[in-house]
Design a protein around this ligand. Structure first.
Ligand SMILES: Nc1ncnc2c1ncn2[C@@H]1O[C@H](COP(=O)(O)OP(=O)(O)OP(=O)(O)O)[C@@H](O)[C@H]1O
Ligand SMILES: [Mg+2]
Length: 469
């Protein structure tokens, strides 16, 4: 029976009493007073009861809130992305969440009641014991945990003490964060950064090479214009001289015998000058004729035949030309022969005390990033002609200038300095490039790269002429 029902029952009983009192000789006034007091008491009781009911309801509400909060925290604990464990003060696991079980790679039920230390790598156990003794006093730290049937992994640890109602230490809360992946990512990032730095370095080097290349081409272009005007004027000036010397030697001019050598000298000087003009023009024009399939192997073979008959005995000539790979390219035969002849003559001039001239032809595949491939040139197959000598070599300080027109180290009148400049221009016009390696006192190797083509079905030796370096 509820308290209000009880009060009601008391009240009814009191009324009954009063009825009986009025029928007996009891003093009714006194009874009335007693009844009033009783009534007040009952009313107070009723008020208290309603207060109690309100409080009771509040308590019930609070209880419900607490239950749902507890449920929420349980879910948060169980499903938290980091591992959470509660151990007693000796390190025995009381509670664990799913992430912790995943970190240790064991089913959740197998974690409970196990000493946590069994999952700690032996090397980290002294530190673990220190943390167990003093969970709050140590900064966060990393330790390696062992995983069943797997390699150990790094976790970041933070601990907190769980205290009882009197403030005594009752348990320890462990938070474990898997930082193995984080470490891997940091490592991957570092590797990517190093790669990027290398790429930037390589790209910068390529750009600077391309810039040098462009500068050289521009220099050649402006010198080319100048040379072309010069050649035109010189041809006009020397033409009559050549004709006049030829005419002077005709009988009708009755030239004195003693004057013949002088006129001959004039004539050969004039011829040398026109030769020089021809070379200048060749340099300026580069190539503008018809391109045909040309085997660099055949072209080198022809140049070597001419060279063999002209070089002194002190120079031996070796050619490595393979019928199976003649290095076919599409090119104008005459200028390409001139390039090869220039290189061979330079090589022979560099071997004043004798040595070996070696030539070779082959096809090479140059992929992107190949150190042989200049930044400005496309990857692909190239026909390569190599001319190497065991001569004086090229000093590093002049290496930059050897392709400049009119740059020569030969004595005045012995070289024009146009040989390599012309070769460079011809090769460039054919979509190719040249490489040079040299060591002073050891020798020099020039390589000519021209875009390769497949060998024609009926491959006949190319016919070409030689030029002068
Ligand atoms: N194989 C080589 N060995 C050493 N130095 C070389 C070689 N090839 C070229 N050189 C250097 O490069 C310079 C320029 O060569 P280039 O062929 O342009 O002109 P040159 O040979 O001096 O003159 P020309 O070609 O008119 O005879 C040469 O004077 C020489 O110093
Ligand atoms: Mg030369």
């Amino acid at each position: 029976m509820g308290i209000s029902q009880q009060i009601e029952a008391v009240y009814q009983r009191a009324l009954l009493l009063r009825q009986r009192a009025t029928t007996s000789p009891v003093e009714p006034a006194l009874l009335d007073e007693a009844l009033r007091e009783l009534y007040f008491v009952l009313e107070e009781l009723q008020a208290t009861d309603s207060d109690l009911q309100t409080q009771n309801q509040r308590l019930l509400d609070t209880q419900q809130q607490l239950d749902s909060e507890r449920q929420r925290y349980r879910t948060l604990f169980e499903l938290a992305p980091d591992g959470y464990l509660v151990t007693n003060c000796q390190g025995k696991i009381h509670k664990a969440n799913l992430a912790a079980a995943a970190l240790f790679a064991v089913p959740l039920v197998n974690l409970v009641n196990k000493p946590l230390i069994v999952f700690v790598e032996p090397a980290d156990r002294p530190q673990f014991q220190a943390r167990l003794a003093n969970p709050e006093g140590l900064p966060d730290w990393e330790m390696m945990i062992t995983q069943r049937q797997a390699s150990s992994r790094a976790v970041a640890i933070a601990t907190a003490t769980i205290k009882g109602t009197r403030g005594q230490k009752t348990a320890i809360l462990w938070s474990l964060r898997d930082i193995g992946r984080h470490k891997q990512m940091v490592q991957a990032l570092n590797t990517a950064q190093t790669d990027l730095e290398h790429q930037i370095e390589a790209r910068t080097a390529e750009l600077s090479e391309a810039h040098d290349h462009l500068e050289r081409s521009q220099r050649l272009d402006s010198l080319g214009t100048l040379a072309s005007e010069l050649a035109h004027d010189l041809r006009n000036a020397i033409g009559p001289l050549v004709t006049a010397t030829d005419l002077l030697m005709l009988p009708k001019y009755d030239l004195a015998e003693s004057a013949y050598p002088l006129v001959q000298m004039m004539k050969s000087s004039a011829r040398r000058s026109t030769d020089l003009i021809d070379q200048l023009l060749m340099f300026v024009r580069g190539t503008e004729g018809t391109r045909v399939p040309l085997a660099l192997g055949h072209a080198l073979g022809e140049v070597v035949t001419i060279i063999r008959s002209t070089v002194p005995q002190t120079i031996s000539v070796q050619s490595r030309l393979n019928d199976n790979d003649l290095a076919w390219v599409e090119a104008e035969p005459t200028p390409v022969h001139q390039v090869l002849m220039n290189l061979c003559l330079n090589a022979c001039h560099a071997m004043t005390a004798g040595g070996t001239l070696s030539v070779a032809a082959e096809t090479r595949q140059l992929d992107q990033g190949d150190p042989q491939l200049p930044a400005a040139d496309p990857p692909g197959r190239y026909g390569v002609a190599t001319v190497a000598d065991t001569g004086c070599g090229i000093a590093p300080d002049i290496m930059e200038r050897i392709f400049d027109p009119f740059f020569t180290t030969k004595a005045a009148g012995m070289g024009t300095g146009l040989g390599l400049a012309t070769a460079f221009r011809i090769v460039q016009n054919h979509g190719g490039f040249m490489r040079v390696e040299s060591q002073v006192g050891v020798g020099t190797q020039f390589e000519v790269f021209l875009p390769a083509i497949a060998a024609p079905a009926t491959a006949a030796p190319a016919i070409g002429r030689s030029g002068k370096a």
